[in-house]
Write a protein that binds this ligand. Structure first.
Ligand SMILES: NC(=O)c1ccc[n+]([C@@H]2O[C@H](COP(=O)([O-])OP(=O)(O)OC[C@H]3O[C@@H](n4cnc5c(N)ncnc54)[C@H](O)[C@@H]3O)[C@@H](O)[C@H]2O)c1
Ligand SMILES: O=P(O)(O)OC[C@H](O)CO
Length: 409
């Protein structure tokens, strides 16, 4: 192989910076396969310099650009404070410049910013690049539901897998042992250059899922054979660390869907905790929530989601456990009930610019279910929506649990 993969990460938040750290550690360790430097796109903003002697010596005490702070101190002082980042992780505020020449794009943004970001990337990336989406959320548009791995494929015309798992960023960044799942079912090495005329040269957008709402095939460019083939072995080298145990599976949609829907369940668990109702009630809510997650997958991703992903992989039940114990969605929902305010207010007040994914996912899923006329099949998802929109109170929970049990029976 004569060419090295250029890896970039798009997003530099709490998880974006953590994944950037992992990628940069691995590109350095496998510098025969990857260029050592990893560019990380930063949504530029002015940040306050924390009251820390070393940081103030390096940055001064006036607000500075986040990019400058990262590249000077090798720390994301706003979104991942206190964690040393490798010096080959290079912050870049210019999105087009970041993706230029990259063969592997890792998307790690709050989902609410994805559509706009993809529009800005379009046409500036290599046609044969491959992507991994670490984004947890679903995209609802014109009554259809899409995963971000699908949206990336559709908008950029490049193959995209997904990464998700029980991965609270601060714990991963501190190098506490955990697992993650990568869904990847990319084209084989002998894939031929598409000429636009032969079906053989086209690949299904999502091999497992074809519906009226999804273009079934796109012309996918092969990665030149001068590069190492992008497959599960290469992805394990790129993402796996001694503290970050990677399993690669073919169920791209199941991995992405688990990461998106568990945030609705985490909000429900947080509401229960905020009421002080204890672990038994929380477990009851989680049970119904998990069954609704599986039902959602079976109904709208019937050929693509492997039900076993929910039980076998970190992206399923393990992520539900972590997120309903210690995630931001869980804590924010808990604080909202305790303080008698909305979750949106808590997000603004307590998260320091970090973005909840559960609130917008709940609203998007509700909009989708309503259009499909399927609200009654998802009583817990609807309940979380009603709480967020202040259409009901936690007093309705006992009735919900009885109804939820009947619906899923
Ligand atoms: N934080 C975690 O523990 C964690 C773990 C696993 C997965 N995830 C997932 O990773 C994804 C990214 O989350 P995160 O934790 O890195 O982000 P975050 O919650 O820290 O969000 C803040 C990020 O959003 C960026 N941003 C703000 N306004 C923007 C705009 N207009 N356009 C583009 N970017 C903008 C900020 O610069 C910052 O990088 C989410 O889907 C999340 O669910 C998060
Ligand atoms: O902090 P949350 O609620 O966004 O969850 C973080 C991760 O998704 C947990 O795996």
């Amino acid at each position: 192989m004569t060419q090295k993969h250029k890896v970039v990460v798009i997003g530099s938040g709490n998880w974006g910076s953590t994944i950037g750290k992992i990628l940069a550690e691995n590109t350095r360790e496998h510098s025969d396969i990857f260029e050592e430097d990893v560019s990380m796109w930063v949504f530029e903003e002015d940040v306050d310099v924390p009251d820390d002697g070393t940081l103030r010596d390096q940055l001064g005490d006036k607000p500075v650009k986040l990019t400058h702070a990262i590249n000077t101190t090798h720390q994301n002082v706003k979104y991942l404070p206190g964690i040393k980042l490798p010096d080959n992780l290079v912050a870049n505020p210019d999105l087009q410049d970041t993706v230029k020449g990259a063969t592997i794009l890792v998307f790690n943004l709050p989902h609410q910013f994805m559509s706009k970001t993809l529009e800005q990337i379009k046409g500036n990336h290599l046609p044969y690049a491959r992507a991994i989406s670490c984004v947890k959320g679903v995209n609802i548009s014109e009554g259809t539901v899409k995963l971000y791995s699908e949206l990336i494929m559709e908008k950029l015309g490049i193959y995209c897998g997904s990464l998700s798992g029980a991965n609270i960023a601060s714990e991963v960044a501190a190098e506490n042992l955990c697992e993650t799942t990568i869904g990847y079912d990319g084209p084989p090495m002998d894939y031929k250059q598409p000429d636009g005329s032969s079906q053989d040269n086209l690949i299904k957008v999502d091999k497992q899922r074809q519906s009226k709402s999804n273009p079934s095939r796109i012309a996918l460019h092969p990665v030149p054979q001068t590069y190492h083939h992008v497959d599960s072995a290469l992805l394990e080298k790129l993402f796996g660390r001694p503290y970050f145990n990677v399993q690669v599976v073919r169920d791209v949609s199941g991995v992405a869907l688990g990461g998106a829907l568990k945030n609705i369940v985490a909000l429900a668990a947080g509401f229960v905790a905020g009421k002080g109702w204890g672990e038994n009630t929380k477990a009851a809510v989680i049970r119904i929530g998990v069954l609704e997650m599986v039902r959602f997958g079976c109904l709208w991703f019937p050929q693509s989601v492997d039900e076993r992903t929910f039980t076998k992989e970190s992206a399923g039940i393990a992520d539900v456990i972590a997120s309903t114990s210690a995630g931001r969605n869980f804590h924010s929902a808990c604080h909202a009930v305790e303080q008698g305010v909305t979750v949106d207010e808590i997000e603004k007040k307590e998260l320091g610019g970090q973005k909840l994914q559960g609130t917008s996912t709940t609203r998007a899923v509700h909009e989708f279910l309503e259009k499909q006329g399927q609200l009654e099949k998802f009583p817990l998802f609807v309940f979380v929506y009603d709480i967020l929109e202040e259409r009901t109170t936690m007093d309705a929970l006992p009735e919900l649990l009885i109804r939820g049990s009947k619906v899923i029976a």
